[in-house]
Design a protein around this ligand. Structure first.
Ligand code: PY5
Length: 303
């Protein structure tokens, strides 16, 4: 897009470049978010979905990592709205806020190092095939909470996702599922995971080395409206994946709610997106497009 917001200013995207010795490039010292904004043709407006919750997670990631963000949550929300207006966005868009250690140094002590914050808007279609993906439970484990706080969305930790996804892709699958150190299901490379069994939804608990996804939280909240669909947070085994009636991924970029129709060559359900997944997805799409009045407080209008 034409403009990027960087450290308080809107600048042309081509000018938003960083020096070669930037600390974050070498050591992954960045925290970031992935936020969606949806265009609603009904109200002729663009809505940022759960902006405040994303920026709260952003601030918490930074706090955990000891990285300073020089802006308040309100300033970041305001900057995001300004950015979308400046780019005259009238379509669905992905928003990537990032704060990174911008000092040019090889020193690992980040306490007094300078940080920069940027917000970038990116036109975005589907990240995963909405008709359903084939996933592989890879042998790489999810980094455990005792090794790194997985609640924090930190740039460097994504090498764990990258190597997991590479394994899945070179083996001919679309996405990776990572187990945690104890052998239970953790999450996808960039998504949380749910299974459906006998009409009940199950998802791994947040203390089990996963990112506390905002889409995950949204699904848990809105599921109640769907004929009393219950969600239970519990540890999930690999065999529970194989024998589930339905499996789906949730994530801000990851096609929102994406059916998983095959895992390790086992067909899940009848190999088609299941009825509960489709019901959850369709309601989720209504919520993010501002069609469900009780959740309008999750939507921030841009215009
Ligand atoms: N788990 C991981 C490891 C993630 O990276 C993400 C989001 C999620 C779960 C889902 O979180 P949420 O529902 O809050 O989006 N992934 C990023 C995203 O923007 C980056 C993906 C490349 O979707």
């Amino acid at each position: 897009m034409k403009y990027v917001w960087m450290d308080g200013k809107l600048i042309p995207e081509k000018e938003a470049v960083i020096p070669i010795l930037t600390h974050a490039l070498h050591y992954g010292t960045s925290v970031f978010e992935g936020i969606r904004a949806y265009w609603s043709s009904d109200s002729n407006n663009l809505y940022i979905f759960r902006a405040r919750d994303h920026y709260i997670r952003f601030r918490n990631s930074a706090k955990i990592m000891g990285i300073r963000i020089n802006y308040s949550i309100d300033e970041l929300i305001k900057a995001t709205v300004e950015l979308l207006k400046a780019n005259e966005v009238h379509e669905n868009v992905y928003i990537r806020p990032i704060t990174f250690v911008s000092a040019s140094t090889v020193n690992l002590d980040i306490r007094n190092l300078e940080t920069s914050t940027a917000i970038i808007a990116i036109p975005f279609g589907h990240y995963l095939e909405p008709k359903g993906v084939r996933a592989k439970v890879v042998s790489w484990l999810r980094v455990h909470n005792s090794m790194f706080p997985m609640k924090a969305k930190v740039g460097g930790i994504y090498v764990n996702s990258v190597i997991a996804l590479l394994d899945a892709k070179v083996s001919g699958f679309d996405e990776a599922i990572l187990l945690n150190r104890d052998g239970y299901v953790a999450e996808g490379s960039g998504e949380n995971i749910f299974i459906v069994k006998d009409g009940v939804l199950y998802t791994p608990p947040t203390y089990d080395s996963i990112l506390e996804g905002i889409t995950r939280d949204t699904v848990i909240t809105i599921a109640r409206d769907l004929g009393g669909l219950t969600v239970i947070e519990k540890r999930i085994t690999r065999e529970e994946l194989y024998t589930a009636d339905e499996v789906f991924f949730t994530g801000g970029t990851a096609a929102e709610v994406t059916p998983v129709v095959n895992i390790d060559g086992r067909v899940i359900g009848n190999g088609e997106p299941g009825p509960v997944t489709l019901k959850v997805r369709s309601y989720y799409m209504d919520v993010v497009h501002g069609k469900v009045s009780k959740y309008m407080n999750w939507l921030m209008p841009v215009y």
